[in-house]
Design a protein around this ligand. Structure first.
Ligand code: SAH
Length: 379
C-alpha cells in the first residue's frame, strides 16, 4: 500500500524489457515455459536470432501472430552499437563498440584465405595487471553482459555480409575470447555466449573453433571443463614462477605447477584434446634458449601446442619484441623436442588491432580499486 491508500502504483511497476539476444537455449526455454508457451519456441527464436541473424519479430513467420505481438511488447533483440569500423591494409577489421556508460570495447576480425577468426572482448578493461598488455593500463570498469558478448559476433557477421570485394574469407569460422578482459572472471555471461556459439541453432561452431584464453585462473578452468565444451588457451609466457610472477601477476595466486595440473585435468577425458600455450616473445626477458629448454621440460606432462606471439608494442611499453632470429631459434628448440609450435603472425597492427593493443575507451574508473576487490573475490 502506498500513502494514498491504494496499491495501484505498485502494480503498475514496469517490468524491465528482456533482451533475447543474450539468452541461450536453456534460458530461452525457461523463459517461454514461464510464460506458458511450449519449450520448442525457444528453438525457433534461437534459430531466427543467431542462425539467421533476424532481429525483427515480424519476419519470424513460423511464430503465431499473437505470440509475435506479445514478444514485441515485452522483449527486444538488441545488439551493441558499432561506434566505428577500421580496416587494416591486411584486411583485418576492428570494430569499436559502444557500451552503455560511454565506454568502448574492441572486436577484431582476422581474415585468412579459408578462415576468418573473430576476437571477442569479455570485459570493459581488465582487472589483471599483466605487464606486457595495454588493456591492463586501461583499468577495469565492468563485466560485459551475455548480450554484449554474443552481440559482438552478431554485429560482426552482420557487417561482414556487406563485404563483397575481399579476396579473403568473410565468414566467421573461428572465435577466440582473446579481446579485452579476462573471460573466466566473467564466467556466467561468457558461458551463455559460448553455449550460443556452439549450439547448432546458434552459430554451430565446432569445439576446436571456439577458444577461451585465460591468464590462468585455476578453479575457473575446472569449472569451464565441467560446464562448457570449448578449447582452452593459456597465457603462459614464462617457464618459471619467478618470471611469471612479474609478467602475469595472477601467477602468485595460481603458480605454474597448479596451472599445468588444471590443464591436464582439462584435457584428461579426451586424448585428442590439447591446450594452446600462448607465449609472448619479449626481448631479453623470456626469449633465451635456456627459457625454451625449461619450457620443453615443464610442458612434457601436458598435451599442448605452443603459440609464440611476437610482442606488439604500445606507448610507454616496458618491453621490446624479440628479433626474428631469436624467435626462430626459440621455436626450433621446441620443435626439436617434438612440441608443436607456431608463431602468430602480427595482424592489423596499423589500426592497433593486434594482440595486446586493444584498449577501447574505458570510462568511469573512479571506483576502480573497489571493483578490483570485487573481482578479486571471484578469483
Ligand atoms: N585475459 C586473457 C585474454 C586476453 S589477452 C588472457 O590473458 O589470455 C589475449 C592474448 O594476447 C594473451 O595471450 C595475451 O597474453 C596476449 N597479449 C597481451 N598483450 C600483448 C602484447 N602487447 N603483445 C602480444 N600479445 C599480447
Amino acid at each position: 500500500m502506498n500513502v494514498l491508500g491504494n496499491n495501484k502504483v505498485e502494480n503498475a511497476v514496469i517490468q524491465p524489457v528482456t533482451n533475447l539476444l543474450g539468452m541461450d537455449r536453456k534460458s530461452l526455454q525457461d523463459f517461454f515455459v514461464a510464460r506458458g508457451e511450449a519449450p520448442y519456441r525457444a528453438l525457433q527464436i534461437l534459430k531466427w536470432i543467431h542462425n539467421r541473424g533476424i532481429a525483427d519479430f515480424n519476419l519470424m513467420t513460423d511464430i503465431s501472430k499473437n505470440l509475435r505481438a506479445s514478444l514485441q511488447g515485452n522483449c527486444i533483440i538488441q545488439a551493441p552499437e558499432v561506434h566505428s569500423e577500421h580496416v587494416a591494409s591486411d584486411g583485418t577489421r576492428k570494430w569499436l563498440i559502444a557500451v552503455p556508460g560511454g565506454s568502448l570495447i574492441e572486436t577484431v576480425f582476422i581474415p585468412e584465405k579459408k578462415r576468418g577468426t573473430l576476437c571477442i572482448s569479455s570485459q570493459v578493461g581488465c582487472s589483471l595487471n599483466c605487464t606486457f598488455c595495454s588493456t591492463a593500463r586501461q583499468g577495469f570498469q565492468r563485466n560485459l553482459s551475455a548480450a554484449e558478448i554474443i552481440g559482438q559476433l552478431w554485429v560482426a557477421r552482420d557487417r561482414l555480409r556487406t563485404v563483397t570485394d575481399s579476396p579473403l574469407c568473410t565468414e566467421i569460422t573461428n572465435v577466440v575470447m582473446m579481446g579485452m578482459g579476462e573471460p573466466l572472471l566473467n564466467f556466467d555471461a561468457v558461458a551463455v555466449a559460448l553455449s550460443i556459439m556452439r549450439d547448432e541453432l546458434g552459430y554451430a561452431l565446432p569445439r576446436r573453433r571456439v577458444t577461451v584464453s585465460t591468464s590462468g585462473l585455476v578453479p575457473a578452468i575446472d569449472r569451464l571443463a565441467a560446464e562448457c565444451d570449448v578449447s582452452l588457451a593459456v597465457s603462459l609466457h614464462a617457464p618459471t614462477n619467478d618470471l611469471r610472477n612479474v609478467l602475469v601477476p595472477i601467477n602468485k595466486k595460481y603458480p605454474i605447477e597448479e596451472l599445468l595440473a588444471a590443464c591436464r585435468r582439462y584435457v584428461s577425458n579426451n586424448k585428442r584434446y590439447f591446450i594452446t600455450m600462448e607465449y609472448v616473445m619479449l626481448q631479453g626477458v623470456n626469449d633465451s634458449i635456456e627459457h625454451a629448454k625449461r619450457l620443453v621440460k615443464i610442458l612434457r606432462s601436458v598435451p599442448s601446442k605452443v603459440n609464440l606471439i611476437p610482442f606488439n608494442p604500445f606507448p610507454n611499453a616496458p618491453y621490446q619484441c624479440s628479433d626474428e632470429e631469436t624467435i626462430l631459434d626459440f621455436a626450433n628448440v621446441l620443435s626439436d623436442h617434438d612440441i608443436v609450435c607456431t608463431t602468430r603472425k602480427t595482424r592489423g597492427d596499423d589500426i592497433d588491432a593486434a594482440c595486446g593493443q586493444l584498449v577501447g575507451k574505458v570510462l568511469d574508473r573512479t571506483t576502480r580499486s573497489e571493483r578490483y576487490k570485487q573481482q578479486e573475490g571471484a578469483i
